[in-house]
Design a protein around this ligand. Structure first.
Ligand code: FAD
Length: 348
């Protein structure tokens, strides 16, 4: 492992903003996360690939552990186990290479396995818990290891019980998935089906499904760009909110949303929400925000309004201010409570 002091965290996050870590331990192949945590100075902050966080400009005290390495093992009978630091998309590719179905719709989601469990990732109709059997959890208060079946992890829409403030001492060490030798469900998402048609591909093989999903994500601006100059994002910034019938009407009636109630609700079910959730992108449009709207170094993506971008020199506080403005405007104009999907790390 590498143990370094005073490390700028911005470049270690996909939003490229925020301050320094007082100490940073970067795991290397063969390191054991539980042992590293046992020996690290407190307070502790475990980070994966930094694709779903905004780090405070004030930086982080104590120790940041950067968990970006890990094994992926085939266990037989369709089971596959991955360490928390393994890259999610490498796990998906390993499954596909071994003709195992179940993870293919999550192709191209950036980040690590640990955060995928803690945050309950989902895409194109597949949720992480659909294939998960159990996760090994470290209790950093007493060093004990617990094996939690998925039912104990309290998965909800883009969430798990590990994100509750009282569970901040619980860290995912590894996860075991059960996959299948045949397809477990059809591709339903309209934009992906349209992509399949345009590519002339049937979504009936693992290889084709991966190609279709990656191309659909590319078009939606949902493939992480490796750029040194920006713009940078953390993906969709807000969760699709739960709304009542009256709010749905306000969103549908807005000319920019340009969609029917049925289509709106169907899209949300496919996105992993229930029928009472609406697209947060539609909510932003209905509240008067527009694609490409810019506040100095912070912009709403020109095509995908839900992706808040750092144009190059934004501080975390600049991004945070825009987030707060959006939340308060949406509440004031539509009466809807928007919740960020991106996690704020440190003091804001
Ligand atoms: C371009 C883009 C597209 C995206 N598309 C999707 C999508 O389609 N679907 C989706 O669900 N998400 C999507 N995301 C969000 C992101 O990919 C996921 O949230 C991902 O799981 C984050 O992984 P990470 O390793 O980068 O986590 P980080 O950003 O490093 O951390 C996120 C949180 O997880 C915690 N954490 C990290 N490791 C552990 C661990 N071992 N145990 C407990 N907690 C831990 C951290 O403390 C932090 O609170 C997208 C992001 C981007 C930038």
């Amino acid at each position: 492992m590498k143990d370094i002091s005073n490390v700028a965290l911005a470049a270690l996050t996909s939003l490229h903003a925020g301050g320094k870590a007082k100490n940073l331990i970067e795991l290397e192949p063969g390191d054991n996360l539980a042992s590293v945590i046992a020996g690290a100075g407190k307070p502790l902050q475990v980070l994966g690939y930094g694709t779903n966080i905004l780090v405070s400009d004030k930086g982080l005290p104590g120790t940041v552990i950067l968990d970006r390495v890990g094994r992926i093992e085939l266990l037989g009978s369709g089971k596959i186990r991955a360490d928390s630091g393994a890259n999610w998309d490498e796990l998906v590719q390993t499954a596909i290479k071994n003709n195992l179905w179940g993870l293919e719709f999550t192709s191209g989601i950036p980040g690590g396995v640990g955060a995928a469990i803690a945050g309950g990732i989902a895409a194109y109709g597949h949720k992480v818990e659909d294939s998960l059997i159990e996760a090994t959890i470290l209790n950093t208060k007493n060093g004990s290891l617990i094996s939690w079946p998925k039912d104990k992890l309290g998965f909800g829409y883009r969430s798990s019980s590990l994100q509750k403030p009282e569970n901040g001492h619980l860290i995912v060490l590894d996860a075991t998935f059960s996959l299948s030798s045949s397809s477990q469900g059809e591709l339903q998402y309209e934009s992906a089906l349209k992509t399949a048609q345009e590519m002339g591909l049937e979504p009936d093989s693992l290889a084709n499904r991966r190609k279709i999903i990656l191309q659909t994500r590319r078009r939606a601006g949902s493939l992480l760009q490796d750029t040194t100059v920006g713009p940078w994002t953390a993906g969709s910034f807000f969760k699709n909110p739960m709304v009542g019938e009256a709010e749905i009407r306000k969103i549908i009636d807005h000319e920019e949303t340009n969609t029917t109630r049925e289509m709106l609700l169907r899209q949300n079910v496919i996105h992993g929400g229930s029928r009472a959730r609406v697209s947060a992108a539609h909510v932003l449009l209905a509240a008067g925000f527009h694609r490409g709207q810019t506040w100095d170094q912070v912009r709403l993506h020109p095509d995908h309004i839900l992706k808040i971008e750092n144009l190059g020199k934004a501080a975390a506080s600049d991004i945070y201010k825009v987030v707060q403005l959006i939340i308060s405007t949406v509440k004031e104009k539509l009466g809807i409570d928007l919740e960020p999907e991106v996690r704020f790390i440190g003091e804001f």
